[in-house]
Design a protein around this ligand. Structure first.
Ligand code: PMP
Length: 349
């Protein structure tokens, strides 16, 4: 850090992304990417002509992509916001709606506390129950920004649509942000409720179920007034924040939705058998509706299992954090990758 940095950032604890090793080849089960490639239509969409057009700025309104999404989700273009990954949208939301503080669970996506600190938003951190579920009664009449990942990460546990609606209904004067990064793997999206509630901000990403983590594309669906707030911030920071190629592949992705739905089904099937395998090895596995599972063994510590798996070429995610340090978060890969994972775990145990 230099002596020139604004004092307010000196104590900021930045987010630590999962490892992205560029040297050794690992079975990579640590950052919840899809094990399946983008669809053939997506690969075809990146034509020479599109690459030549990179000399031109991209469409800041992302009209084509928005149109495709509006059709798929059955909403209007003015109800959709697009940005550079959903992290970007979370950042904007803390900036826009955090003036009275923000409430979120103690065990959840690590970026929420970073954005809160970055924007001087006071955090109310609400503990999950002992079984790692969210007690929705704790999220009523808060009068501040509420942020809930549904399904939650890293637990994978989901709230029902009725529970989400109860929270939204009980906070008419606050924005309720539901982060649905993992919703396509068995959860229930709340985006349709945005027609009914003007305080609900439903945030999604192309990084997980749509195999585009490296493309950086996130979206929000909400009442047009919330979308206008986010646009205001985007146009005050970086209006061209979704590059031309990402707009093109994003549109092709939406137009090939069935391919992605099938991949989600495959991932869910794999998750179910991996869970059973781990349970037969006496692991405790939380009930996941995401493309990862959160599991612990009483035979080996979370850290040791992470380290030994890494040694054997399998990367999983470990959080050395209170309440969850016995666990590892394991992304669901292909059946072949997961068979190797189970073999390696058996060797280690
Ligand atoms: N929300 C949650 C709960 C996540 O786990 C992630 C991925 N790290 C994100 C949002 C951000 O995803 P992206 O920026 O790739 O859209």
């Amino acid at each position: 850090m230099s002596k020139f940095i604004n004092e307010k950032f000196t104590s900021l604890e930045e987010y630590t992304p999962g490892e992205q090793p560029q040297d050794k080849k690992y079975i990579k089960l640590n950052t919840n990417e899809s094990p399946y490639p983008p669809s053939k239509a997506v690969v075809k969409a990146v034509s020479k002509a599109e690459i030549k057009d990179l000399r031109l700025y991209c469409d800041p309104e992302c009209k084509k992509l928005k149109l495709a999404m509006a059709k798929l989700f059955g909403v209007n273009g003015e109800n959709i916001f697009l940005s550079n990954g959903s992290d970007d949208i979370l950042n904007f939301a803390f900036m826009a709606y955090g003036q009275k503080g923000a409430a979120y669970p103690d065990i959840t996506y690590g970026f929420y506390s970073v954005f809160a600190e970055l924007h001087g938003v006071e955090s109310e951190v609400i503990p999950l129950r002992d079984d790692f579920t969210i007690d929705i009664c704790e999220y009523k009449n808060k009068n501040k920004l509420i942020v809930i990942a549904n399904p939650n990460a890293p637990t994978g546990i989901a709230l029902s649509l009725e529970e989400i609606e109860e929270i939204v209904k009980a906070n008419p004067d606050s924005v309720v942000l539901i982060d649905e990064a993992y919703v396509d793997f068995g959860g229930e999206s709340c985006y349709k409720l945005t027609a009914k509630y003007d305080n609900l901000l439903c945030v999604g990403t192309f990084s997980k179920s749509r195999s585009l983590a490296g493309g950086r594309l996130g979206f929000a669906i909400a009442n047009e007034r919330l979308i206008a707030d986010l646009e205001k911030i985007k146009y005050s920071t970086n209006p061209y924040n979704i590059n031309r190629l990402t707009q093109v592949v994003g549109t092709a992705t939406i137009n090939d939705n069935d391919y992605y739905l099938k991949n989600c089904e495959k991932i869910i099937k794999t998750r179910e058998w991996v869970t059973k395998e781990l349970e037969s090895l006496r692991f405790f596995v939380l009930p996941s509706k995401a493309n990862f599972i959160f599991a612990k063994s009483d035979k080996i510590s979370g850290l040791k299992l992470y380290e030994e798996l890494k040694e054997k070429g399998v990367l999983v995610r470990h959080f050395e954090k209170d309440r969850i340090k016995d666990f590892n978060r394991i992304t669901i890969g292909t059946d072949k990758e997961m068979k190797t994972l189970i073999e390696k775990i058996k060797e280690i145990l």
